[in-house]
Design a protein around this ligand. Sequence first.
Ligand code: GRF
Length: 215
Amino acid sequence: MNKFVVLISGYGSNLEAMCNSGLAPNIAAVISNKKDVRGLTIATKHNIPTCVIEHTSFKSRKEFDQALKEQIDTYAPMFVVLAGFMRILTKEFVDHYENRLINIHPSILPAFIGPTAQHDALEKKVKVTGATVHFVTVALDSGPTIAQGIVPLKHDDTLETIKARIRELEHVIYPFVIKKYLANQISIGADNAVIVKLDANDANLTGKFLHHIFY
Ligand code: GRF
C-alpha cells in the first residue's frame, strides 16, 4: 500500500479530515515539531504512529531539518504532506523531496502568502478567497499549484468565520488531492503545470464545493 508521512505543528484538523475520509491506513506516521498538540491525539486515535522532533532541541534549522529528514525516510514514504507545519524548510530538505512534498495554504496563491493569509484577505476586503494545494519549493508558499478552491468573503465576516469557511474547503480539497497522488493521477510537466487526472467517479466527490474547486 502506498503511504505518506504527515508533518504537523498543532491542531490537526486537516489530518483529522484525511483520517475521516479513509486515509488513516495510508499514513505511515505523523511527525510534530511540538509536543502535546491536538494533532498527535488525533493520530493516536486512528492508530497512526507518532513522533515528536522539537526544533528547539537543535542548534540550527539545518540540523533540525536533517533529523526530520532521517526520521521521515525510516518510513520510506511515497510523499510527505505538510498540514499546518509551521516551519520554514531548508533548500536541502525541499530538494530531497522534490515533487514529493505538498502543502495547503489558506488563500488563492499567489495572493496572501505567509502565516496571516485569512487576516490579510479580510483586511484587503477581497470578495473571494480560498485554499491552494501546491508542491513545496524553497520560496515560501510558491510551488506549482495542484488545486485551488474558492469561498466568498462576506461583509460581516470576522477572522473566525472566514477561517472556519476556508477550513471546511481545505477538509475537502486536501484529502481529494492526496487520494489522487496515491493513485498516481497527478503529474507535473516541464513547465511546472500540474495535471490532475479526473475520472468518472470524481463527478460528485467534492460535494458542495463541486463548482468551486479547480484542478
Ligand atoms: C490550515 O489553515 C492550513 O491551510 C495552514 O495551516 C492550517 C492548519 O490547520 N497551512 P490544522 O492544524 O490542520 O487544523
